[in-house]
Design a protein around this ligand. Structure first.
Ligand code: PMP
Length: 427
């Protein structure tokens, strides 16, 4: 496998860009080695600058749910771009987008478009704080909500109540306001709300965790959080940046039948363009400027080309049977990987929800953050490289979910499982 051109580009990039990248995980720090630079992508494949082809299970970290370079999305983008790239005025596609989201996600009576998942989540907590007049928020260990200051926080030692920054530059005073809970622990959530529920503006959660590998909620867990929030007057925010239009057409809230007060989106709704959104109950959303006093704005928000890409994507995923087929593909892949691992006597298990999945080098079923952290990440790293050598690109970290697309057909999945058979044997 030639990597010369990628190596040259990475050397140049490292001179001018921190770590040689514009987003940390791309640098392969976690798995070791150097990243490859992609020239183009099509369907289930990435093609790098050295001419290598990879079956892709990252899908640009989630957006490419119909596969790369889908002709309908491309056509929508090109056609819309002919009329101008940005107007800074209202445009008709924003209205169609809001109508589409409100129809597909009933908890979103109103929506505001932004440009990334990060913007969506930090806007949502500002709204929650403004609307409740409370300052504290609750997040979960292992959940990622973008790089807003309030989210770059982990649990302080022992104490339930004070968070500590996970990044220099996050003020301690702000981190103090973020409380952290263990995911899938019913009791810990009850205790925290008993202790200080009246100070909590919002609880934010990835309803299926996709940033600590892939951890589905235990039965009744999301309902339990819904009940606690209702009881204590706190808002429940589902961060569906990853799960939205991914685990079901209506997102995790449809799949698990729980109504959050606010939701955040990104990835799939942008069709590969930089898009995020947040939405929720009308009386909450009306408190956002200019109809209300809580400020939030964006020069490029609702950008017509981005809206066109997202709308084309949302049209495609509404095709009858799309999610059943996607889920069947995910199951076929995960079942095949588990069988291949068993045959090679490698301790390995998977989790899958709709079009996302997790791979764990563990003999036990994994559904908490501590269990995910205890998996053999060195084994994952060897597996990652063994798969890459065999033309399969997995997320370059043991703690990321994998993403299936509608473009991964039976042959592509069978080829992946064959590669995994060889990779499990090799590691
Ligand atoms: N929330 C979740 C659940 C995410 O997975 C991500 C990104 N992976 C974000 C928020 C942040 O989105 P962005 O990278 O677009 O800012």
């Amino acid at each position: 496998m030639s990597t010369e051109r990628s190596h040259d580009l990475f050397s140049r990039a490292q001179q001018l860009m921190p770590g040689g990248v514009n987003s940390p995980v791309r640098a392969f720090k976690s798995v070791g080695g150097e990243p490859f630079f992609v020239q183009r992508a099509d369907g289930p494949y990435l093609f790098d600058v050295d001419g290598n082809r990879y079956i892709d299970y990252v899908g640009s970290w989630g957006p490419m749910i119909v596969g790369h370079n889908h002709p309908k999305v491309l056509e929508a983008v090109v056609e819309t771009a002919r009329n101008g790239l940005s107007f800074g005025t209202p445009n008709p596609l924003e209205v169609t987008m809001a109508e589409t989201i409100a129809r597909l996600i009933p908890s979103c009576e109103m929506v505001r478009m932004v440009n990334s998942g990060t913007e969506a989540t930090l806007s949502a907590i500002r709204l929650a704080r403004g609307a409740t007049g409370r300052s504290r928020i609750v997040k979960f260990e292992g959940c990622y909500h973008g790089h807003g200051d309030s989210f770059l926080v982990k649990a302080g030692s022992g104490a339930l109540t004070f968070g500590v920054p996970t990044s220099p530059g996050v003020p301690k005073a702000l981190a103090d306001l973020t409380l952290t809970l263990p995911y899938n622990d019913f009791e810990a959530a009850t205790r925290l709300f008993d202790e200080c529920g009246g100070e909590i503006a919002a609880l934010i959660i990835e309803p299926v965790v996709g940033n600590a590998n892939c951890l589905p909620p235990r039965d009744g867990y999301l309902q339990h959080l819904r009940a606690l929030c209702t009881q204590h007057g706190s808002l429940l925010i589902f961060d569906e940046v990853m799960t939205g239009f991914r685990v079901a057409l209506g997102g995790a809230q449809a799949r698990y039948a729980v109504m959050p007060d606010l939701s955040t989106f990104g990835k799939v709704i942008g069709g590969g363009m930089p898009v995020g959104a947040y939405g929720g109950r009308r009386e909450l959303m009306q408190q956002i400027a200019p109809s209300g006093p809580i400020y939030q704005a964006g020069t490029l928000s609702g950008n017509p080309v981005a809206m066109a890409a997202g709308l084309a994507m949302l049209e495609l995923v509404q095709a009858p049977g799309f999610y059943d087929a996607l889920e069947a593909k995910t199951n076929a892949l995960c079942d095949g990987l588990e069988t291949a691992a068993r045959d090679a006597r490698v301790a390995f298990t998977t989790q899958r929800v709709g079009g996302m999945f997790g791979m764990f080098f563990s003999a036990e079923k994994v559904d908490t953050f501590d269990q995910a952290m205890a998996c053999d990440s060195a084994a994952f790293n060897r597996f990652f490289h063994a798969m890459r050598e065999r033309g399969v690109y997995l997320a370059p970290s043991a703690f990321e979910a994998g993403f299936m697309s509608g473009a991964h057909d039976d042959d592509v999945i069978a080829t992946t499982i064959d590669a995994a058979r060889a990779a499990f044997a090799a590691i």
